[in-house]
Design a protein around this ligand. Structure first.
Ligand SMILES: O=C(O)CCC(=O)C(=O)O
Length: 260
């Protein structure tokens, strides 16, 4: 698929763009099966990383996110390195992209909100100028199940001041106009690392699974392994944690997240 000039302009003006029905129903089925498969994987030392949250509707601990899984799942490796997808990112970057990180946010019923944030401060340990994230909808994503809202056009203002969990200060978010983005399974959205975004809790009975694959420009190098080595050290999954350490505050690897 070739990105039209209108889409490129939309992206430059808003900090994001959407492409409806990027994946066919049969690919969406495969994406969903692979996501369920990962969800059911046991927590292994040095395996893919699972993070949990406390449900907002009952006392349960529920799976929030899986990261660092393409080494364990060839289907997702191919999906995220698909030449058609990479060629779209190349138009936006004006040079070739390389995968930086990947995650699935399952947002199961009871999943928490995400505070308003920009992604750029979460990747500030590297000196890339910008990152692009492709968000793939596994499920329909709407207000009821906690879809994302974006502050259109506010990606042009650099990094906003943040509090101790990495959330943009309320004195700034209050002034922003938030565009709630409803999407269908199979749609994709691409956004840059400076556009502020947030999401509400999932108070519905339907999951809101979204896959996020983030890329940097190849001229900054292939940083994925370095990123995940650092992340494992500073924000390991539960079963690899030091029980005497607090990982929650001022941690770029746990920025504006509801993760435990
Ligand atoms: O999944 C969501 O609701 C929010 C995603 C997000 O902004 C993040 O993971 O940083």
């Amino acid at each position: 698929m070739k990105l039209s000039n209108e889409k490129v302009i939309e992206f430059e003006e808003n900090g994001f763009l959407t492409i409806p029905k990027f994946y066919s129903d049969s690919i969406v089925d495969q994406i969903r099966i692979a996501a369920t498969d990962l969800m059911n994987q046991p927590n292994l030392l040095n395996g893919c990383t699972k993070y949990y949250e406390n449900s907002v509707i009952n006392a349960n601990e529920i799976l929030c996110r899986i990261e660092n899984f393409i080494g364990f799942n060839d289907f997702y490796y191919q999906l995220m390195n698909d030449p058609g997808l990479l060629s779209i990112l190349e138009v936006l970057f004006k040079e070739a992209p390389v995968l930086f990180k990947e995650k699935i946010n399952y947002k199961l019923p009871g999943g928490n909100p995400f505070a308003p944030h920009q992604d750029a401060p979460a990747y500030a340990m590297f000196d890339c100028d910008i990152y692009l994230t492709v968000m793939i909808c596994i499920d329909d994503s709407a207000k009821e199940n906690g879809t994302l809202a974006f502050a259109k056009g506010r990606h042009k203002e650099g990094i906003f001041p943040v509090g101790e969990t990495g959330e943009i200060l309320e004195s700034y978010t209050r002034e922003m106009e938030w565009d709630l983005i409803s999407l269908r399974a199979g749609d994709i959205m691409i956004f840059d690392s400076f556009v502020p975004h947030k999401s509400d809790a999932n108070l519905s009975e339907y999951s809101r699974g979204l896959i996020f694959s983030t890329y940097n420009k190849i001229s900054f190098g292939d940083l994925r392994k370095d990123y995940y080595d650092l992340k494992r050290k500073h924000f390991p999954p539960d079963h690899e944690r030091d029980p005497n350490k607090d990982y929650s505050l001022n941690n770029p690897f746990n920025l504006a997240n509801p993760l435990k």
